[in-house]
Write a protein that binds this ligand. Structure first.
Ligand SMILES: *Cc1c(COP(=O)(O)O)cnc(C)c1O
Length: 475
Protein backbone atom coordinates (compact mmCIF):
# COMPACT_ATOMS: atom_id res chain seq x y z
CA UNK A 1 0.00 0.00 0.00
CA UNK A 2 1.39 3.39 -0.97
CA UNK A 3 0.25 6.87 -0.04
CA UNK A 4 -0.40 9.76 -2.40
CA UNK A 5 -0.84 13.47 -1.73
CA UNK A 6 -4.18 15.17 -2.27
CA UNK A 7 -2.26 17.88 -4.20
CA UNK A 8 -0.72 15.33 -6.59
CA UNK A 9 2.79 16.77 -6.70
CA UNK A 10 4.64 14.53 -4.22
CA UNK A 11 5.96 11.06 -4.92
CA UNK A 12 3.97 8.13 -3.49
CA UNK A 13 5.38 6.89 -0.16
CA UNK A 14 5.24 3.83 2.07
CA UNK A 15 3.46 3.97 5.45
CA UNK A 16 6.61 4.16 7.60
CA UNK A 17 7.95 6.99 5.46
CA UNK A 18 4.93 9.22 6.11
CA UNK A 19 4.50 8.16 9.75
CA UNK A 20 6.86 10.70 11.30
CA UNK A 21 6.06 13.62 9.01
CA UNK A 22 3.06 15.90 8.66
CA UNK A 23 1.96 17.41 5.37
CA UNK A 24 3.24 16.05 2.08
CA UNK A 25 6.03 18.21 0.57
CA UNK A 26 3.51 19.74 -1.88
CA UNK A 27 1.33 20.91 1.04
CA UNK A 28 -1.27 18.18 0.58
CA UNK A 29 -2.45 15.40 2.89
CA UNK A 30 -1.56 11.76 2.40
CA UNK A 31 -4.22 9.19 1.53
CA UNK A 32 -3.95 5.56 0.42
CA UNK A 33 -3.70 5.12 -3.36
CA UNK A 34 -6.98 3.22 -3.13
CA UNK A 35 -9.17 2.06 -0.26
CA UNK A 36 -8.88 -1.64 0.56
CA UNK A 37 -12.26 -3.30 0.07
CA UNK A 38 -13.78 -5.61 2.66
CA UNK A 39 -15.94 -8.48 1.46
CA UNK A 40 -18.94 -10.03 3.10
CA UNK A 41 -16.70 -12.95 4.07
CA UNK A 42 -14.30 -10.53 5.80
CA UNK A 43 -17.14 -8.98 7.77
CA UNK A 44 -18.47 -12.39 8.80
CA UNK A 45 -15.01 -13.43 10.00
CA UNK A 46 -14.22 -10.12 11.71
CA UNK A 47 -17.47 -10.03 13.69
CA UNK A 48 -16.02 -12.66 16.05
CA UNK A 49 -12.69 -10.92 16.69
CA UNK A 50 -11.38 -9.12 19.76
CA UNK A 51 -10.69 -5.40 19.33
CA UNK A 52 -6.94 -5.96 19.01
CA UNK A 53 -7.34 -8.71 16.41
CA UNK A 54 -9.83 -6.60 14.47
CA UNK A 55 -7.43 -3.66 14.62
CA UNK A 56 -4.66 -5.85 13.27
CA UNK A 57 -6.78 -7.09 10.34
CA UNK A 58 -7.78 -3.57 9.36
CA UNK A 59 -4.40 -1.90 9.92
CA UNK A 60 -2.58 -4.67 8.04
CA UNK A 61 -4.44 -3.55 4.91
CA UNK A 62 -2.96 -0.08 5.29
CA UNK A 63 0.46 -0.90 6.78
CA UNK A 64 2.26 -3.26 4.43
CA UNK A 65 5.84 -2.27 5.30
CA UNK A 66 5.95 -3.60 8.89
CA UNK A 67 6.32 -7.39 9.19
CA UNK A 68 3.02 -9.05 10.15
CA UNK A 69 4.29 -10.49 13.46
CA UNK A 70 5.72 -7.16 14.57
CA UNK A 71 2.53 -5.28 13.68
CA UNK A 72 0.42 -7.88 15.42
CA UNK A 73 2.31 -7.66 18.71
CA UNK A 74 2.47 -3.87 18.56
CA UNK A 75 -1.30 -3.64 18.06
CA UNK A 76 -1.96 -6.23 20.77
CA UNK A 77 0.11 -4.17 23.24
CA UNK A 78 -1.82 -1.02 22.29
CA UNK A 79 -5.39 -2.19 22.65
CA UNK A 80 -5.56 -3.90 26.05
CA UNK A 81 -8.28 -3.63 28.66
CA UNK A 82 -5.83 -2.24 31.24
CA UNK A 83 -5.14 0.84 29.05
CA UNK A 84 -8.84 1.53 28.31
CA UNK A 85 -9.92 0.89 31.86
CA UNK A 86 -11.78 4.08 32.84
CA UNK A 87 -15.31 2.71 32.42
CA UNK A 88 -18.26 4.48 34.00
CA UNK A 89 -21.30 2.81 32.53
CA UNK A 90 -20.63 -0.79 33.51
CA UNK A 91 -19.54 -1.87 30.03
CA UNK A 92 -17.10 -4.61 29.10
CA UNK A 93 -13.53 -3.23 29.15
CA UNK A 94 -12.36 -6.11 26.97
CA UNK A 95 -14.36 -4.60 24.10
CA UNK A 96 -12.15 -1.44 24.35
CA UNK A 97 -14.89 0.74 22.79
CA UNK A 98 -18.13 -0.71 24.26
CA UNK A 99 -21.58 0.64 23.51
CA UNK A 100 -23.92 2.18 26.07
CA UNK A 101 -27.54 1.60 25.09
CA UNK A 102 -29.73 4.69 25.47
CA UNK A 103 -32.84 3.11 23.98
CA UNK A 104 -33.64 0.55 21.30
CA UNK A 105 -31.46 1.33 18.31
CA UNK A 106 -29.75 4.33 19.93
CA UNK A 107 -26.31 4.01 21.49
CA UNK A 108 -23.23 5.91 22.51
CA UNK A 109 -19.90 4.29 21.77
CA UNK A 110 -17.34 4.87 24.51
CA UNK A 111 -14.14 6.08 22.89
CA UNK A 112 -12.91 7.85 26.00
CA UNK A 113 -11.96 5.11 28.44
CA UNK A 114 -8.24 5.60 27.79
CA UNK A 115 -5.66 7.36 29.98
CA UNK A 116 -6.76 10.95 29.22
CA UNK A 117 -10.53 10.37 28.98
CA UNK A 118 -10.86 11.61 25.38
CA UNK A 119 -11.11 9.72 22.12
CA UNK A 120 -7.71 10.98 20.98
CA UNK A 121 -6.14 8.22 23.08
CA UNK A 122 -7.54 5.64 20.63
CA UNK A 123 -5.16 6.78 17.89
CA UNK A 124 -2.40 8.42 19.90
CA UNK A 125 -1.60 5.26 21.89
CA UNK A 126 -1.01 3.42 18.62
CA UNK A 127 1.08 6.31 17.33
CA UNK A 128 3.31 6.13 20.43
CA UNK A 129 4.07 2.47 19.82
CA UNK A 130 4.53 2.95 16.06
CA UNK A 131 6.93 5.87 16.58
CA UNK A 132 9.03 3.89 19.04
CA UNK A 133 9.12 0.87 16.72
CA UNK A 134 10.12 2.79 13.58
CA UNK A 135 12.67 5.01 15.38
CA UNK A 136 14.31 1.96 17.00
CA UNK A 137 14.52 0.21 13.61
CA UNK A 138 16.08 3.23 11.99
CA UNK A 139 18.31 4.27 14.90
CA UNK A 140 16.73 7.73 14.85
CA UNK A 141 15.16 10.01 17.43
CA UNK A 142 12.52 12.74 17.36
CA UNK A 143 11.54 15.80 19.39
CA UNK A 144 7.82 16.36 19.15
CA UNK A 145 6.74 19.97 19.40
CA UNK A 146 3.04 20.73 19.75
CA UNK A 147 0.51 23.24 20.98
CA UNK A 148 -2.64 22.19 22.76
CA UNK A 149 -5.78 23.67 24.20
CA UNK A 150 -6.30 20.47 26.19
CA UNK A 151 -7.14 17.07 24.72
CA UNK A 152 -4.46 16.63 22.05
CA UNK A 153 -1.53 17.54 24.26
CA UNK A 154 -2.47 15.25 27.10
CA UNK A 155 -3.19 12.35 24.72
CA UNK A 156 0.21 12.88 23.06
CA UNK A 157 2.05 12.99 26.38
CA UNK A 158 0.39 9.84 27.74
CA UNK A 159 1.15 8.06 24.45
CA UNK A 160 4.81 9.11 24.31
CA UNK A 161 5.77 9.01 27.99
CA UNK A 162 8.76 6.77 28.59
CA UNK A 163 9.17 5.91 24.89
CA UNK A 164 12.74 5.46 23.61
CA UNK A 165 14.13 8.13 21.32
CA UNK A 166 11.09 10.40 21.72
CA UNK A 167 10.83 13.68 23.62
CA UNK A 168 7.70 15.82 23.80
CA UNK A 169 7.67 19.63 24.15
CA UNK A 170 4.05 20.67 24.61
CA UNK A 171 2.99 24.31 24.70
CA UNK A 172 -0.28 25.17 26.41
CA UNK A 173 -1.92 28.52 27.15
CA UNK A 174 -1.06 29.41 30.74
CA UNK A 175 -4.12 29.26 32.97
CA UNK A 176 -6.55 28.59 30.12
CA UNK A 177 -7.13 24.86 30.53
CA UNK A 178 -9.35 23.27 33.15
CA UNK A 179 -7.75 22.34 36.47
CA UNK A 180 -8.25 18.69 35.57
CA UNK A 181 -6.56 19.08 32.18
CA UNK A 182 -3.62 20.93 33.74
CA UNK A 183 -3.24 18.28 36.41
CA UNK A 184 -3.32 15.52 33.82
CA UNK A 185 -0.46 16.99 31.81
CA UNK A 186 1.65 18.69 34.43
CA UNK A 187 1.65 15.83 36.94
CA UNK A 188 3.59 13.56 34.59
CA UNK A 189 7.08 12.86 35.91
CA UNK A 190 8.59 11.16 32.85
CA UNK A 191 11.98 12.58 31.88
CA UNK A 192 11.03 12.79 28.18
CA UNK A 193 7.98 15.05 28.71
CA UNK A 194 8.37 18.86 28.85
CA UNK A 195 5.36 21.07 29.61
CA UNK A 196 5.67 24.72 28.65
CA UNK A 197 2.82 27.02 29.71
CA UNK A 198 2.87 30.07 27.46
CA UNK A 199 1.66 33.41 28.80
CA UNK A 200 -1.01 34.00 26.18
CA UNK A 201 -3.80 32.27 24.28
CA UNK A 202 -3.80 28.98 22.39
CA UNK A 203 -3.16 30.88 19.14
CA UNK A 204 0.06 32.35 20.58
CA UNK A 205 1.28 28.85 21.37
CA UNK A 206 0.20 27.61 17.95
CA UNK A 207 2.02 30.50 16.22
CA UNK A 208 5.27 29.48 17.91
CA UNK A 209 4.90 25.90 16.71
CA UNK A 210 4.22 27.16 13.17
CA UNK A 211 7.23 29.49 13.29
CA UNK A 212 9.50 26.63 14.38
CA UNK A 213 8.12 24.38 11.60
CA UNK A 214 8.98 27.10 9.10
CA UNK A 215 12.58 27.20 10.31
CA UNK A 216 13.96 24.33 8.24
CA UNK A 217 17.47 24.52 9.69
CA UNK A 218 16.31 24.38 13.33
CA UNK A 219 13.84 21.64 12.48
CA UNK A 220 16.54 19.52 10.90
CA UNK A 221 19.17 20.15 13.58
CA UNK A 222 16.83 19.27 16.45
CA UNK A 223 14.78 16.60 14.60
CA UNK A 224 11.51 18.39 15.29
CA UNK A 225 8.36 16.39 14.56
CA UNK A 226 4.63 16.68 15.17
CA UNK A 227 1.70 14.48 16.08
CA UNK A 228 -1.09 16.69 14.75
CA UNK A 229 -4.47 15.54 13.59
CA UNK A 230 -3.52 15.35 9.91
CA UNK A 231 -1.15 12.47 10.70
CA UNK A 232 -2.39 9.58 8.53
CA UNK A 233 -1.70 6.91 11.19
CA UNK A 234 -4.13 8.66 13.53
CA UNK A 235 -6.89 8.51 10.95
CA UNK A 236 -6.10 4.86 10.18
CA UNK A 237 -6.30 3.85 13.86
CA UNK A 238 -9.72 5.47 14.16
CA UNK A 239 -11.23 3.36 11.35
CA UNK A 240 -11.21 0.33 13.66
CA UNK A 241 -13.83 1.49 16.15
CA UNK A 242 -16.39 2.12 13.42
CA UNK A 243 -16.19 -1.58 12.56
CA UNK A 244 -16.31 -2.52 16.24
CA UNK A 245 -19.35 -0.28 16.86
CA UNK A 246 -21.09 -1.72 13.82
CA UNK A 247 -20.56 -5.30 15.00
CA UNK A 248 -21.71 -4.52 18.55
CA UNK A 249 -24.90 -2.77 17.40
CA UNK A 250 -26.02 -5.36 14.84
CA UNK A 251 -26.86 -9.05 14.74
CA UNK A 252 -25.86 -9.58 11.11
CA UNK A 253 -23.92 -7.92 8.34
CA UNK A 254 -27.14 -7.27 6.39
CA UNK A 255 -28.00 -4.40 8.71
CA UNK A 256 -27.04 -0.76 8.30
CA UNK A 257 -25.90 1.61 11.03
CA UNK A 258 -25.49 5.40 11.14
CA UNK A 259 -22.87 7.21 13.19
CA UNK A 260 -23.05 10.72 14.62
CA UNK A 261 -19.65 12.32 15.16
CA UNK A 262 -18.96 15.45 17.25
CA UNK A 263 -16.52 17.13 14.89
CA UNK A 264 -13.79 19.75 14.85
CA UNK A 265 -10.84 19.09 12.57
CA UNK A 266 -12.72 16.35 10.68
CA UNK A 267 -10.25 13.64 11.79
CA UNK A 268 -12.70 11.37 13.56
CA UNK A 269 -15.42 11.47 10.91
CA UNK A 270 -12.82 11.14 8.15
CA UNK A 271 -12.07 7.68 9.55
CA UNK A 272 -15.81 6.90 9.35
CA UNK A 273 -15.85 8.02 5.74
CA UNK A 274 -12.97 5.66 4.98
CA UNK A 275 -14.66 2.75 6.81
CA UNK A 276 -17.72 3.38 4.63
CA UNK A 277 -15.60 3.56 1.45
CA UNK A 278 -14.08 0.20 2.44
CA UNK A 279 -17.54 -1.34 2.40
CA UNK A 280 -18.72 -1.19 6.04
CA UNK A 281 -22.54 -0.89 5.84
CA UNK A 282 -22.84 2.67 7.18
CA UNK A 283 -26.00 4.48 6.14
CA UNK A 284 -25.36 8.02 7.29
CA UNK A 285 -22.37 9.82 8.73
CA UNK A 286 -23.96 12.60 10.73
CA UNK A 287 -21.53 15.44 11.35
CA UNK A 288 -22.24 17.52 14.47
CA UNK A 289 -20.63 20.90 15.08
CA UNK A 290 -20.93 23.40 17.90
CA UNK A 291 -21.33 27.14 17.31
CA UNK A 292 -18.22 26.97 15.11
CA UNK A 293 -20.22 25.55 12.25
CA UNK A 294 -17.94 25.85 9.23
CA UNK A 295 -18.46 22.15 8.41
CA UNK A 296 -22.23 22.15 8.97
CA UNK A 297 -22.44 25.09 6.61
CA UNK A 298 -20.53 23.16 3.95
CA UNK A 299 -22.66 20.03 4.15
CA UNK A 300 -25.86 22.08 4.00
CA UNK A 301 -24.89 24.57 1.31
CA UNK A 302 -21.76 23.42 -0.54
CA UNK A 303 -19.91 26.55 0.59
CA UNK A 304 -16.72 26.08 2.61
CA UNK A 305 -15.93 29.35 4.35
CA UNK A 306 -13.02 29.02 6.78
CA UNK A 307 -13.28 31.57 9.58
CA UNK A 308 -10.56 33.74 11.01
CA UNK A 309 -9.56 32.83 14.54
CA UNK A 310 -11.22 36.05 15.70
CA UNK A 311 -14.54 34.77 14.35
CA UNK A 312 -14.09 31.45 16.13
CA UNK A 313 -16.03 31.51 19.36
CA UNK A 314 -14.86 29.94 22.59
CA UNK A 315 -17.54 27.44 23.55
CA UNK A 316 -18.29 24.90 26.23
CA UNK A 317 -17.27 22.12 23.80
CA UNK A 318 -13.78 23.55 23.24
CA UNK A 319 -12.27 20.61 21.38
CA UNK A 320 -14.67 21.36 18.52
CA UNK A 321 -13.67 25.04 18.30
CA UNK A 322 -12.07 25.35 14.90
CA UNK A 323 -11.74 28.04 12.27
CA UNK A 324 -10.89 25.58 9.50
CA UNK A 325 -10.92 21.80 9.49
CA UNK A 326 -7.46 20.42 8.80
CA UNK A 327 -8.53 16.93 7.62
CA UNK A 328 -11.39 18.14 5.43
CA UNK A 329 -9.20 18.17 2.32
CA UNK A 330 -9.10 14.37 2.45
CA UNK A 331 -12.86 14.09 2.05
CA UNK A 332 -13.07 16.78 -0.64
CA UNK A 333 -10.39 14.88 -2.60
CA UNK A 334 -12.77 11.89 -2.78
CA UNK A 335 -15.78 14.12 -3.44
CA UNK A 336 -14.14 15.67 -6.52
CA UNK A 337 -13.20 12.28 -7.93
CA UNK A 338 -9.65 12.33 -6.54
CA UNK A 339 -8.55 15.07 -8.92
CA UNK A 340 -5.50 16.87 -7.42
CA UNK A 341 -5.80 19.74 -9.91
CA UNK A 342 -9.18 20.66 -8.45
CA UNK A 343 -7.85 20.36 -4.90
CA UNK A 344 -4.98 22.71 -5.71
CA UNK A 345 -7.43 25.20 -7.14
CA UNK A 346 -9.79 25.01 -4.14
CA UNK A 347 -7.05 25.19 -1.52
CA UNK A 348 -5.29 28.07 -3.23
CA UNK A 349 -8.41 29.95 -2.12
CA UNK A 350 -8.48 28.43 1.37
CA UNK A 351 -4.81 29.30 1.89
CA UNK A 352 -5.64 32.92 1.09
CA UNK A 353 -8.48 32.82 3.62
CA UNK A 354 -11.15 32.73 0.90
CA UNK A 355 -14.21 30.52 0.61
CA UNK A 356 -15.05 28.02 -2.13
CA UNK A 357 -18.45 26.96 -3.37
CA UNK A 358 -19.16 23.51 -4.81
CA UNK A 359 -22.96 23.88 -4.87
CA UNK A 360 -23.19 24.58 -8.59
CA UNK A 361 -20.69 21.89 -9.62
CA UNK A 362 -21.23 18.33 -10.78
CA UNK A 363 -19.44 17.12 -7.62
CA UNK A 364 -22.18 18.41 -5.35
CA UNK A 365 -24.64 16.10 -7.14
CA UNK A 366 -22.47 13.18 -6.00
CA UNK A 367 -22.63 14.20 -2.36
CA UNK A 368 -25.55 11.89 -1.38
CA UNK A 369 -23.43 8.92 -2.45
CA UNK A 370 -21.09 9.66 0.48
CA UNK A 371 -23.80 9.47 3.15
CA UNK A 372 -23.00 12.73 4.96
CA UNK A 373 -25.59 14.85 6.72
CA UNK A 374 -24.95 17.50 9.36
CA UNK A 375 -26.28 19.71 12.10
CA UNK A 376 -25.13 22.15 14.77
CA UNK A 377 -25.60 22.63 18.46
CA UNK A 378 -25.31 25.66 20.72
CA UNK A 379 -24.62 26.18 24.40
CA UNK A 380 -28.33 26.04 25.28
CA UNK A 381 -28.79 22.84 23.22
CA UNK A 382 -25.76 21.31 24.93
CA UNK A 383 -27.03 22.07 28.43
CA UNK A 384 -30.51 20.81 27.59
CA UNK A 385 -29.16 17.62 26.05
CA UNK A 386 -26.95 16.87 29.07
CA UNK A 387 -30.08 17.27 31.26
CA UNK A 388 -32.21 15.21 28.89
CA UNK A 389 -29.74 12.30 28.74
CA UNK A 390 -29.36 12.30 32.52
CA UNK A 391 -33.12 12.37 33.10
CA UNK A 392 -34.25 10.01 30.35
CA UNK A 393 -31.36 7.54 30.17
CA UNK A 394 -29.51 8.06 33.46
CA UNK A 395 -26.33 8.62 31.42
CA UNK A 396 -24.02 11.59 32.03
CA UNK A 397 -22.65 13.03 28.78
CA UNK A 398 -19.75 15.36 28.26
CA UNK A 399 -20.34 18.58 26.34
CA UNK A 400 -19.03 17.33 22.96
CA UNK A 401 -21.02 14.11 23.05
CA UNK A 402 -24.08 16.17 23.99
CA UNK A 403 -23.63 18.19 20.79
CA UNK A 404 -23.55 14.84 19.00
CA UNK A 405 -26.70 13.48 20.64
CA UNK A 406 -28.59 16.70 19.93
CA UNK A 407 -27.82 16.45 16.22
CA UNK A 408 -28.37 12.67 16.17
CA UNK A 409 -31.88 12.98 17.60
CA UNK A 410 -32.75 15.59 14.96
CA UNK A 411 -31.57 13.41 12.11
CA UNK A 412 -32.39 9.87 13.17
CA UNK A 413 -35.07 8.20 11.08
CA UNK A 414 -37.56 5.83 12.74
CA UNK A 415 -36.16 2.33 13.08
CA UNK A 416 -32.66 3.44 12.16
CA UNK A 417 -29.77 2.20 14.31
CA UNK A 418 -27.71 5.20 15.41
CA UNK A 419 -24.42 5.27 17.29
CA UNK A 420 -23.26 8.59 18.77
CA UNK A 421 -19.50 8.58 19.29
CA UNK A 422 -18.63 9.59 22.86
CA UNK A 423 -15.52 11.68 22.42
CA UNK A 424 -14.76 12.59 26.05
CA UNK A 425 -15.85 11.91 29.60
CA UNK A 426 -17.78 14.57 31.54
CA UNK A 427 -15.01 14.73 34.18
CA UNK A 428 -12.94 16.79 31.72
CA UNK A 429 -15.53 19.56 31.54
CA UNK A 430 -16.74 19.94 35.10
CA UNK A 431 -17.91 23.52 34.89
CA UNK A 432 -20.52 22.89 32.21
CA UNK A 433 -21.72 19.71 33.90
CA UNK A 434 -22.26 21.72 37.08
CA UNK A 435 -24.19 24.31 35.09
CA UNK A 436 -26.40 21.65 33.50
CA UNK A 437 -26.95 19.26 36.38
CA UNK A 438 -25.98 21.16 39.51
CA UNK A 439 -23.73 18.29 40.51
CA UNK A 440 -20.16 17.11 40.04
CA UNK A 441 -19.34 14.82 37.13
CA UNK A 442 -18.35 11.25 37.87
CA UNK A 443 -14.63 10.71 37.71
CA UNK A 444 -12.88 7.34 37.43
CA UNK A 445 -11.51 6.34 40.84
CA UNK A 446 -7.90 6.24 39.68
CA UNK A 447 -8.05 9.93 38.74
CA UNK A 448 -9.49 11.23 42.01
CA UNK A 449 -7.38 13.98 43.47
CA UNK A 450 -4.89 14.33 40.61
CA UNK A 451 -5.08 18.11 41.11
CA UNK A 452 -3.15 17.59 44.36
CA UNK A 453 -0.11 15.98 42.73
CA UNK A 454 3.06 18.06 42.24
CA UNK A 455 3.10 19.77 38.84
CA UNK A 456 6.04 19.97 36.43
CA UNK A 457 5.74 22.91 34.06
CA UNK A 458 7.79 25.92 33.04
CA UNK A 459 5.95 29.18 32.37
CA UNK A 460 7.35 31.25 29.50
CA UNK A 461 6.49 34.31 27.45
CA UNK A 462 5.37 33.65 23.87
CA UNK A 463 8.91 34.45 22.81
CA UNK A 464 10.09 32.38 19.86
CA UNK A 465 13.81 32.70 20.59
CA UNK A 466 13.42 31.77 24.25
CA UNK A 467 11.28 28.73 23.49
CA UNK A 468 13.66 27.58 20.77
CA UNK A 469 16.53 27.91 23.25
CA UNK A 470 14.60 25.79 25.78
CA UNK A 471 14.01 23.07 23.18
CA UNK A 472 17.64 23.20 22.03
CA UNK A 473 18.87 22.82 25.59
CA UNK A 474 16.68 19.82 26.41
CA UNK A 475 16.41 18.04 23.03
C1 LIG B 1 -10.62 16.38 19.23
C2 LIG B 1 -11.98 16.27 19.77
C3 LIG B 1 -13.12 16.39 18.95
C4 LIG B 1 -13.03 16.71 17.48
O1 LIG B 1 -12.49 15.66 16.73
P1 LIG B 1 -11.94 15.92 15.25
O2 LIG B 1 -11.24 14.67 14.89
O3 LIG B 1 -11.01 17.10 15.35
O4 LIG B 1 -13.11 16.21 14.38
C5 LIG B 1 -14.37 16.22 19.52
N1 LIG B 1 -14.52 15.99 20.85
C6 LIG B 1 -13.44 15.87 21.66
C7 LIG B 1 -13.67 15.64 23.10
C8 LIG B 1 -12.14 16.00 21.17
O5 LIG B 1 -11.09 15.88 21.99
Amino acid sequence: MRYISTRGQSAPQAFCDILLGGLAPDGGLYLPESYPQVTRADLDAWRQLSYADLAYEILARFITDIPADDLKSLVARTYTADVYCHLRNGGDAAQITPLTKLEDGLYTQELSNGPTLAFKDMAMQLLGNLFEYVLDKRGESINILGATSGDTGSAAEYAMRGKHNVKVFMLSPDGKMSAFQRAQMYSLTDANIFNIAVRGMFDDAQDIVKAVSNDAAFKKQYKIGAVNSINWARVAAQIVYYFQGYFLATASNDEEVSFTVPSGNFGNICAGHIARMMGLPIKHLVLATNENDVLDEFFRTGVYRPRTSVETSVTSSPSMDISKASNFERFVFDLVGRDPVIIRELWSKVDKGEAFDLSTTVYWKNKPKFGFISGRSTHVDRINTIRFAQGRYNVMLDTHTADGLKVALENRQPGQTMIVLETAQPAKFEETIREALGSEPVRPASLQGIENLPQHVVVMDPDLAAIKAFVAEHA
